[in-house]
Write a protein that binds this ligand. Structure first.
Ligand code: ZN
Length: 169
């Protein structure tokens, strides 16, 4: 069943039109540069993306999200899946670049991971700890009210452990 879509009626169209026009007049012109930059960050570099795509595409040619374990929600105009390459933790943990430091996530899981793990020092430290010391390919994870896991293919977890064993946390 669909949720109720919100209604917001316009009671005084003339007044509203005037207000919108005033706001447009005083609004700052947006720049294209800042938008381009943020898109690139959320999608990751070409090397990271190819590596993740190869690791998380199953035998049915479906690419799977590491957190919700569902097929990525849509394909782009070029036929490739849309997904986000999200670094597991920031520069305080990873001082070199390696593909294994990234997760292949759908847009919703990506947003939740950023909000509940990357913006929270303690949650980030917990994930790093689990990755270092657990041999389970599924790492437990709390995203707000949701208890879930991040699942890894063996090769990914292996490489990540090698990188992390070099780091003092
Ligand atoms: Zn997901």
């Amino acid at each position: 069943m669909n949720n109720i879509f919100p209604k917001r009626a316009v009671s005084n169209p003339d007044r509203r039109e005037k207000k919108v026009k005033e706001k447009i007049k005083t609004a700052e012109k947006r720049t294209f540069e800042s938008r381009k930059r943020s898109v690139r960050i959320s999608q990751g570099s070409v090397e990271q993306r190819t590596w993740l795509k190869n690791n998380y595409t199953n035998e049915n040619e479906e690419m799977i999200c590491q957190i919700c374990k569902s097929e990525m929600p849509f394909r782009k105009r070029d036929g490739e899946y849309y997904f986000e390459a999200v670094e597991i933790a920031g520069a305080e943990y990873f001082d070199v670049e390696h593909e294994a430091q990234y997760l292949a996530l759908c847009p919703v899981c990506s947003a939740m991971y950023r909000e509940f793990v990357k913006n929270d020092e303690e949650a980030t430290a917990d994930i790093i700890d689990s990755l270092k010391y657990s041999d389970d390919p599924e790492i437990e994870l709390t995203l707000g009210e949701l208890n879930t896991t991040i699942q890894f293919v063996e090769a990914h977890l292996h490489d990540l452990k090698v990188i992390l064993s070099d780091i003092e946390v």
